[in-house]
Ligand binder design. Sequence first.
Ligand code: COA
Length: 367
Amino acid sequence: MPYAHITGWGMSVPQKVMTNDDLSKIIDTNDEWIRDRTGIRQRHIASGTETTSSLGTDAAFKALKVAGLIPDDLDLIICSTSTPEYIFPATACLIQDRLGANKAGAFDLSAACSGFIYAMNMGAQSIRSGSVKTVLVIGTETLSRFVNWQDRSTCILFGDGAGAFILQASEKPGGIQGAVMHSDGSGGDYLSIPAGGSAHPASEITIHTGMHFIHMDGKEVYRFATRVMAHATTEVAEKSGWKVEDLSLIIPHQANSRIIDAAARALKLPLEKFMVNVDRYGNTSTASIPIATVEAIQNKRLKPGDKVVFVGFGAGLTWGALAAEWSGPLPSEHYITAEWYKPWARVRSILRRILRILDGIFFGRDA
Ligand code: COA
């Protein structure tokens, strides 16, 4: 049975930064309150041209470059997002087209802030089963488009961004060791976007009452998060045959530094064992774990052979954790630059559209 190794990683955040002081100019809040309650100092906000798929594509190109792969090497693309560009087509398909990954299947996965854990587990299991060899897993969000900028209890928390991992099959032991996934739909009301789906399709009333924005019971979500983080970490470590003390690094979902502090206390581990960068990005939902991982690598906090646990929680309610022995890139001969591949993918996409039109003209459009 092949092992599933993490061999590439990349992140992309919008250029525009919004500090707490910037926020205090549009709503009744202040830097001190936000930093005290959440640890957040700033977040990145997408411009009009930056989208869930554009950020995801940028992160994906960087991950391919680290892994030394080209888009045609990909067998499967899983895009975890709560802010897809459309209900359908899947954002994963938009990214597949932007990459020019023409041999890959692509689908979206919706498990909110736990989505990256779920998506990684699905990717790893597809490799372990032998059905695919190379998987691109993306977590990407433009939450700023779903935030009510009049609601100070939610808009201070969220930011935009994307992260991506490449998973590759190898006979060499290591890589993903275990995962746990949990859900409790009875708490679904605590964190939701009530309208825009089939329960409440867009109407004058839903728009007028702000039902297309993120709604949250902050206190309940906080209580839930502090309960599950430590538990899921211990559970996945035990499932992987490890002790929590053996872990080199824990990369938690970055929602609130107080939630991470509480998890560290519950696990009786020093805070240094946790990667924390919520101060600079806010809560980027499913993108937060891969973004934190990329920064951990940049800061030399991860090296091959390290035992690492990724742990997340979010709307659903969902939570989960994934244990991996850190690998790094496998030997490769490819070297790609996004600058070259992006226009090439665009040309191929246009050619495909033209071919479809010609096909309709010459062979007719009747079934
Ligand atoms: N700036 C200034 N004051 C604010 C404020 C803001 N942005 N937001 C709320 N307040 C005020 C409230 O109005 C309230 O005032 P009052 O006491 O006069 O009524 C006071 O601050 C306390 O508000 P409360 O909502 O009780 O704060 P809290 O301690 O529960 O902190 C959160 C709020 C959102 C920071 C906290 O509940 C939290 O982090 N929850 C988890 C959210 C989360 O992680 N969600 C994503 C999960 S993936």
